[in-house]
Design a protein around this ligand. Structure first.
Ligand SMILES: [Zn+2]
Length: 76
């Protein structure tokens, strides 16, 4: 289950160019900063607070839970 979540992608908005880079959660667990794929800016990631990594993880977990729930309904 942890591996599945690690492959979930979240979008990190770049403060400089405003474009969103998709990053895998598993990668973000080991890195506190990412490089914007569009302009090359290094984006320091916040771990908590609004727009922080903890919140992003929570929403990814929630959408996975929703997905599992709807899959479970289909299976019956
Ligand atoms: Zn950028």
């Amino acid at each position: 289950m942890t591996g599945f979540l690690d492959n979930a992608e979240i979008e990190i908005p770049c403060p400089k160019c405003g474009k969103k880079s998709k990053q895998r959660l598993g990668r973000l667990n080991n890195n506190s900063s990412i490089r914007c794929g569009f302009c090359g800016t290094i984006i320091e990631l916040k771990t908590d607070g609004p727009g922080g990594l903890a919140q992003a993880k929570k929403s990814a977990e929630k959408s996975l839970a929703d997905l599992k729930r709807s899959l479970g309904k289909l299976g019956r």
